[in-house]
Design a protein around this ligand. Structure first.
Ligand code: SF4
Length: 328
């Protein structure tokens, strides 16, 4: 089995059906013991300082790990992916393009899925079998999510971790399945969280390592991780096409907003934290989010992978205090 890297969530079923090891390059970067060296390597190879650090991290991860090829999502993810693909190809890495059509056109998405299936020499039946296997693990993760907001026995960070891992199932489906099972068993002894403020986290996953624990130190908790939840394919579906049409992340922001509004209500959320990455085009969407969601939204920005800086700590403290005052 060889490893296939990817730059954002792709139809995992196709890789599983092809008996490849899926590697979400973002996860490898953010858990790497020497992230600084990865960023320096990218900059010394010519990446400008004012380019998102996730892109630089992904670039260096590909050069340092044993992935045989990279699937790059050319539409529906990051505006920097084209140049990333070019620099990787220039370094001799095989790059396979995949796209999510902006307008959610089922015909176009079907073409994109079929092209990827052809590349890996698998058919729809193989992929449906893989979906069945993956859905079993996703079911556990959906349960963990539910226990976060309905039973209040899962922390915001645990919720983030299990959902974000579903993009590549931690590169080992069987081991991740066992991990989710034993985590669920361990919850039987938990006492309920009783924080005053319930928060939602929207936007790309954070580069900060202590965001969730800091929030929990302030008598608040994240009970909704928006994009991470999307990686876990939260809607019941019967085909790959249906599943990847419902997945909100790669398309327009308006379907994301509908999903956020629904979850805010269901999870009784008091306020939202919108995380934006420095030099990311998605920062522009902040204005639309604030105009369309009638809930207090705090925007925080991160650049280098690190713990929270004092400015963001202060912003979060003030925001949570303000939400607390509103409740009294
Ligand atoms: S944070 Fe933004 S710019 Fe960076 S990789 Fe993600 S989508 Fe691209």
């Amino acid at each position: 089995m060889n490893k296939v890297g990817f730059t954002t969530t792709i139809p995992l079923e196709i890789l599983v059906a092809a008996k490849k090891i899926p590697v979400d390059l973002n996860n490898v970067f953010i858990t790497h013991p020497n992230k600084k060296a990865l960023l320096e390597r990218a900059e010394s190879d010519g990446f400008p300082r004012n380019i998102c650090n996730w892109i630089k991290g992904i670039y260096s991860v590909v050069l340092q790990t044993d992935v045989s090829e990279v699937i790059a999502v050319t539409q529906g993810d990051c505006s920097n992916t084209h140049a990333l693909m070019e620099t990787l190809q220039f370094k001799g890495i095989q790059v396979i393009p995949f796209f999510y059509p902006y307008d959610r056109d089922p015909e176009l998405l079907s073409i994109s899925l079929n092209k990827l299936m052809d590349h890996y020499k698998v058919n729809e039946e193989n992929c449906l079998n893989a979906k069945h296997e993956l859905d079993g693990i996703r079911k556990n993760v959906h349960h963990i999510d539910k226990l976060t907001w309905e039973e209040d026995i899962v922390s915001g960070e645990e919720n983030h971790y299990f959902q974000v891992c579903t993009s590549d199932m931690n590169q080992d489906l069987a081991a991740f399945d066992i991990e989710t099972d034993s985590f669920l068993k361990s919850l039987q002894k938990r006492t309920r969280y009783s924080e005053e403020i319930r928060l939602g986290y929207i936007g790309v996953p954070p580069v900060f390592s202590d965001l969730y624990t800091f929030i929990e130190s302030l008598n608040a908790r994240v009970v909704f991780n928006e994009m991470q939840r999307q990686f876990s394919m939260p809607y019941p579906t019967t085909s790959l096409l249906e599943q990847y049409l419902k997945y909100t992340y790669p398309y327009d922001i308006f379907t994301r907003i509908e999903d956020i509004k629904k979850e805010v209500e269901r999870r009784k959320i008091d306020g939202l934290i919108h995380y934006v990455q420095s030099f990311c085009f998605r920062q522009i969407e902040d204005a639309i989010l604030k105009k369309t969601i009638s809930l207090p939204i705090l925007t925080i920005e991160g650049d280098q992978p690190s713990t929270l800086d004092s400015r963001n700590r202060m912003k979060i403290e003030v925001f949570i205090e303000m939400l607390g005052n509103k409740q009294r």
